[in-house]
Design a protein around this ligand. Structure first.
Ligand code: IMP
Length: 500
């Protein structure tokens, strides 16, 4: 007979934290959010930790190199999406590793034979007013000129003019060679009153820009997550099919940590992938696995050699797995059970395998709840997709700015590997939707606000670190009626945009 769980499974919004005693030292500025990313032995330091408990989802609409740089600056890690050709994903890893603060790869580029209309479209789509003119229209093509809003007057031009007719050509541009220090680049910007300084390779190809407006931003961020060579830490998603080619390419490119990305991780496909990695690289290559939602799934992946285990089926904002397939579990219940299994495994073996809660974070406090319930860090998709740094277009819908966001199981992503159970290598039905999310501005501002709420709640619970929160947290389930009581109620709210 089928097994029936005695209790229903619950999600984050059904829980609250009960405050505990906090002493006068327990203030947000004393809170550490440092957390392990990969497994370690009792008494040893984790080989890789993060300064904040946030990673960005392995998704086309979330994690590219730009997101990875922005998040590593804050102390977290992005997992670059795997549903792209191997060479392209490895190149993204390389771009993160090559990145030097203040030197920005150019993402608004055009060919000289394109028109003013193309410039205006590009500006509308990406929002940048400095556009590089390169021979092949890419950010690394041979630099031929620049277009800024000073180069054209929309009211006096038809839109059909060729870029080559009105751009500022190379001979009138001030550029600097690769290898120029940030300090020297900034001096050139100030001396020549420039807004942007193109950095050019020996062969005349565009390498990056240094922008005047970024000047203040590039003082060091105390939380930024760097490897031993002072490069940003970056992760990458892999599948359970082409790993024998993909993993060596990503490792070679410098990826610090990998993650098997699959909608359901309690499979032989995952144990085979982990066995292959251990066989080839031993413990040198760090790789997480998932997703699972119970103790058995956790133990299976931990024993198969996973460096961390990802939890969550069906809770993602774009996910329709529960509707289409009827599998999944309330995210809070899944995290609680898996975190207990992690502690039990630690007791038995002395090996601590971090747990990641993946998907379903809607309000900032859900992060604090997930941590209190025992996860070591959270993976978020929708949250990061709303920021300037996500790879998708910002569009105007019904008078408000939106960003596009789509699931890896949607027809748009065509990520058959994530959902494949050994079939015919195409998606026969979708498990995700294609949608809009409200645009929310720069990552830095949002992450700062979110984490100040997390720190503040931790202080309410008397905790100055994530392990302390996990030891001290007291959680209560709430009734449906008290959820209504928890929001503004019985009043007419004036400002609907209150930052929650
Ligand atoms: P979110 O933070 O609630 O938006 O959830 C993001 C998570 O949803 C990802 O990290 C994946 O685990 C999961 N996910 C991504 N794409 C899909 C999909 O198309 N269907 C189901 N789940 C998805």
């Amino acid at each position: 007979m089928a097994y029936y769980y005695p209790e229903p499974s619950h999600t984050f919004s059904e829980y609250l934290l009960i405050p505990g005693y906090s002493d006068a030292e327990c203030i947000p500025s004393n809170v550490s959010l440092r957390t392990p990313l990969v497994k370690y032995r009792r008494g040893e330091e984790p080989p890789l930790s993060m300064n904040i408990p946030l990673v960005s989802a392995v998704m086309q609409s979330v994690s590219d190199d730009r997101m990875a740089i922005a998040l590593a600056r804050e102390g977290g890690v992005s997992f670059l999406y795997g549903s792209q050709p191997i060479g392209q994903q490895a190149e993204m890893v390389r771009r993160v590793k090559r990145y030097k603060a203040g030197f920005v790869p150019s993402d608004s580029n055009i060919r000289p034979d394109q028109t003013l209309r193309d410039i205006l479209n590009l500006k509308e789509r990406l929002g940048h007013s400095t556009i590089a003119v390169t021979d092949d229209g890419t950010g690394t093509g041979k630099l031929l000129g620049l277009v800024t809003s000073r180069d054209y007057r929309v009211s006096r031009m038809s839109g059909e003019e060729r870029v080559s007719e009105f751009m500022t050509p190379m001979e009138k541009l001030i550029t600097a060679p690769e290898g120029t220090s940030l300090k020297d680049a900034n001096d050139i910007i100030w001396d020549h009153k420039l807004n942007a300084l193109p950095i050019v390779t020996g062969e005349g190809r565009l390498s990056s820009f240094v922008f005047r407006k970024d000047y203040d931003q590039h003082k060091e961020n105390p939380n930024e997550l760097l490897d031993s060579q002072k490069r940003y830490v970056v992760g990458a998603g892999v599948g359970t099919r082409d790993y024998e080619e993909r993993i060596p390419a990503l490792v070679e490119a410098g990826a610090d940590v990998l993650c098997i990305d699959s909608s359901e991780g309690f499979t032989q496909w995952q144990s085979r992938t982990l066995a292959w990695v251990r066989g080839r690289y031993g413990d040198e290559v760090k790789i997480g696995a998932g997703n699972v939602v119970d103790r058995d799934g956790f133990r299976f992946l931990a024993e198969a050699g996973a460096d961390f285990v990802k939890v969550g089926i069906g809770g993602g904002s774009i996910c329709i797995t529960r509707e289409t397939k009827g599998i999944g579990r309330g995210q809070a219940t899944a995290v609680i059970e898996v975190a207990r299994a992690r502690d039990e495994y630690f007791e038995e073996t002395g090996i601590y395998v971090p747990v990641c809660s993946d998907g379903g974070i809607v309000l900032d406090y859900h992060i604090t709840l997930a941590l209190a319930m025992g996860c070591d860090f959270c993976m978020l998709g929708r949250y990061f997709s709303r920021f300037d740094e996500s790879p998708t277009d910002k569009v105007l819908v019904g008078g408000s700015y939106m960003k596009e966001y789509w699931g890896e199981g949607s027809a748009r992503a065509r990520n058959w590997q994530r959902y494949d159970l050994g079939g015919d290598r195409k998606l026969s039905f979708v498990e995700g939707v294609d949608c809009y999310v409200p645009y929310a501005g720069p990552l830095h501002d949002n992450v700062t606000t979110t984490l100040s709420k997390v720190r503040s709640t931790m202080c309410n619970c008397g905790a100055l670190s994530i392990p302390e929160l996990q030891r001290k947290a007291k959680l209560t389930l709430v009734s449906a009626t008290s959820i209504v009581e928890g929001g503004a109620h019985d009043v007419i709210v004036k400002d609907q945009n209150t930052n929650r």
